[in-house]
Design a protein around this ligand. Structure first.
Ligand code: NAD
Ligand code: DAU
Length: 354
C-alpha cells in the first residue's frame, strides 16, 4: 500500500477555484494524498477534474460540510494532516436572493470543520494546519483610492461577504482560544477556466458567443481587482507551506478594472476570435438595474505576500483574458452542460425583470 507524507482534505474541490487547487496539489505533490470533499451543489462539477480523477493520490468524497457528524467521521477515517477549506456558497447575487444557505454553508459549515479538526488534532497540533480560503469582500467597499491591507477593518455588506467574514472570525477565534494552527488568505476576483457562468467573465463570454444581451449592473463603473485562478492556486500553495501560523495574507492581481472597460476589452477579444466585425459584440451591452448594496471598488495590497513569501502574479491581465476566452471557446460541451437545466431557470429569475 502506498504511504503518503500528508493527507489533505480540500473542501469545495469540485468548484471553480477548488478544482484548480486540487489539480495543482495532486500534480505537484505525488506524495500527498488529496481528499476532495464536496457536496456537488449546482456549482460543483466533477467534469472540472476529469484529468486528475484517476491519479492514485486523489480521492473524491461527496459530503456536506453542514453535516457535523459526517465531518467528524471523515476525520476519523482519513486522519487528515491538513485542511484547505474552499467550500462555500460564493455568488453575491444568490446571497441576496436567499441568504440562509450562505449562513449555513459558509458559517455553520466552517464551524463544523473547525470542531472536527480541533477534536482530532488537539492532543498534538504538530504538523497540522487548517487553511481557510476567504475573500477581499470581507473588507467592504473602497472609495476612489486606497487598498485593502491585512489590517483593514472588516465591513462586509452583502449576505455572502457577511457569512465569509463570520467564518474568518471563527477561524481566528479557534486559533486564539484553542491554539488550533490556522492560516487565512483573502483574495480578489478570480477568473479562468471552469468558472460557473453566473459570474461576470464566463457569463459574458457565453452571452457574447450566443449573441445575448450583456447585463451591466448600474453604470458599469464598479471596480474589481482580477487575478488569474492558477495564480491563486500557486499563492495558496506557498501560504500553505511557507506562511506563518495564525497569520492572514491578502492575495490580489494588482490589476484594477472598471467593469465597463473590462467588458469592452472582452467584446474586442471575442469579435476577433469569432471573426466578427470589430464593435459588433459591444452592441450587446445593456445597462440594467444595479445589484443591491453593490460594492463600488475592491483593490488588494498583496505586498505582505510578495515581500515575505516571494509570490507575485505570473500573467498580465490581457494575456490571462485571452487564455480564458480560448478555454471557453475550446470547451463548448462544458459550457453547454452547465448552462442547460436549472441554469436557465436561475437566469430568467435573475435577469428577466432587471
Ligand atoms: P464555487 O461556487 O465555484 O465552488 C464552491 C464549491 O463548494 C462547489 O464545488 C460546491 O459544490 C461546494 N460546496 C458548496 N456548499 C457545500 C457544502 N455545504 N458542503 C460541501 N461542499 C459545498 O466557488 P469558488 O468561486 O471556486 O470559490 C471557492 C472559495 O474561494 C470560496 O470560499 C470563496 O469564498 C473563495 N473566493 C472566491 C473568489 C472568486 O473570485 N471566485 C475570490 C476570493 C475568494
Ligand atoms: O472579490 C472576490 C469575490 O469576487 C469573491 O469572493 C466572490 O465569490 C466572487 O463571486 C466575486 O464577487 P463579485 O460580486 O465581484 O463577482 P461577479 O462576477 O458576480 O461580479 C463582478 C462585477 O461585475 C461586479 O461589480 C458585479 C458586475 N456584474 C456581475 C454580473 C454577474 C454585472 O455588471 N453584471 C452581471 O451580470
Amino acid at each position: 500500500m502506498e504511504t503518503y507524507e500528508k493527507t489533505i482534505m480540500v473542501t469545495g474541490g469540485a468548484g471553480f477555484i477548488g478544482s484548480h487547487v486540487v489539480r495543482f496539489m495532486v500534480n505537484k505533490y505525488p506524495k500527498y494524498r488529496i481528499i476532495n470533499v464536496d457536496k456537488l451543489t449546482y456549482a460543483g462539477n466533477l467534469e472540472n477534474l476529469r484529468d486528475v480523477e484517476d491519479k492514485l493520490n486523489y480521492k473524491f468524497v461527496k459530503a456536506d460540510i453542514v453535516e457535523d457528524e459526517e465531518m467528524q467521521k471523515l476525520f476519523d477515517v482519513y486522519k487528515f494532516d491538513g485542511v484547505i477549506h474552499l467550500a462555500a456558497e460564493s455568488h453575491v447575487d444568490r446571497s441576496i436572493a436567499s441568504p440562509t444557505e450562505f449562513i449555513m454553508t459558509n458559517f455553520v459549515g466552517t464551524a463544523n470543520l473547525l470542531n472536527a479538526a480541533k477534536f482530532h488534532w488537539q492532543d498534538d497540533y504538530k504538523g497540522k494546519l487548517f487553511y481557510h480560503v476567504s475573500t477581499d469582500e470581507v473588507y467592504g467597499s473602497l472609495g476612489e483610492t486606497g487598498l485593502f491591507t491585512e489590517n483593514t477593518p472588516y465591513d462586509p455588506r452583502s449576505p455572502y461577504s457577511a457569512s465569509k467574514a463570520g467564518s474568518d472570525h471563527l477561524v481566528r477565534a479557534y486559533y486564539h482560544t484553542f491554539g488550533l494552527p490556522v492560516k487565512i488568505s483573502n483574495c480578489s476576483n478570480n477568473y479562468g477556466g471552469y468558472q460557473f457562468p453566473e459570474k461576470l467573465i464566463p457569463l459574458f463570454i457565453h452571452n457574447i458567443k450566443n449573441k445575448k444581451k450583456l447585463p451591466v449592473y448600474g453604470k458599469g463603473l464598479n471596480v474589481r481587482d482580477w487575478l488569474y485562478v492558477e495564480d491563486h492556486a500557486s499563492a495558496i500553495d506557498i501560504i500553505f507551506h511557507k506562511g506563518k501560523v495564525g497569520e492572514t495574507y491578502n492575495i490580489g492581481g494588482n490589476n484594477e478594472w472598471k467593469n465597463i472597460d473590462l467588458i469592452r476589452l472582452l467584446c474586442k477579444i471575442m469579435d476577433r476570435k469569432l471573426g466578427r466585425e470589430l464593435g459588433e459584440s459591444e452592441k450587446l451591452i445593456s445597462y440594467v438595474k444595479d445589484r443591491a448594496g453593490h460594492d463600488l471598488r475592491y483593490a488588494i495590497d498583496s505586498s505582505k505576500l510578495k515581500n515575505e513569501l516571494g509570490w507575485s502574479p505570473s500573467l498580465v491581465f490581457e494575456e490571462g483574458l485571452e487564455k480564458t476566452v480560448d478555454w471557453y471557446l475550446n470547451n463548448p460541451e462544458w459550457l453547454e452542460n452547465v448552462t442547460s437545466g436549472d441554469y436557465l431557470k436561475y437566469y430568467e429569475e435573475q435577469y428577466l425583470n432587471r
